[in-house]
Design a protein around this ligand. Sequence first.
Ligand SMILES: [Zn+2]
Length: 227
Amino acid sequence: MPISYDHYLKKYSQYYRDLHPDLQENFKQRTYIASKLLNFKPVKFTIVTEEMKILITSALIQITFGLDNYVLRRFKTILVVPNTYSFKQYDALLGHVDFDKNKIVMSWPSVQEGFIIPDDAFNVALHELAHALQAEKSKSLIFSNFFSAFKMNRWEDEGLKELYKIRQKRHPFLSDYAGINMKELFATCMECFFEQPKEFKLKVPRLYHLMTDLLKQDPTEKEDPLI
Ligand SMILES: [Zn+2]
């Protein structure tokens, strides 16, 4: 295990810094294994550096840390681009998932920013990996299923109520962007779950609880060094 894993995880990941040392070891191992199984491709870069691989993979490990499976099969190709970009009708994209080509694309400075500011509920790596993990199952039975179908259905039933509130412009917590569709709701909730868990739990308790059930972890229960 190269020392760089601990170095970059400590440098960027609040989630990793907050873990007990035993769990840090486990997180690091998972990041190491998963990063070797992903196929990173540079776009307008010469190489995808170890720093990039570690940080992007850490988002996958963060989301799946309560689960047994953390290996992407359908979306194992990740394109790293040097800035925000245009794709189809969209401008200034930070990242997206190409469901036709089974690829994830992310702008490196946007990935860094997502982690450097850990509490603004914007983290493109968490967002895009949430999309990828949710879609892994839908292609065929061969692909791994990360989330229990039963729990995902319960999450979607509750999420639909929140989607309706967002579209009515009367949501106390979730952004308008989350109201685009159920996929965006899920990816946005993932960012909020890890970056503003206390507020999420307080303002949208039922959906928050279903997130903890789905992911088998609760970010509000992490040890607080100030207490
Ligand atoms: Zn999205």
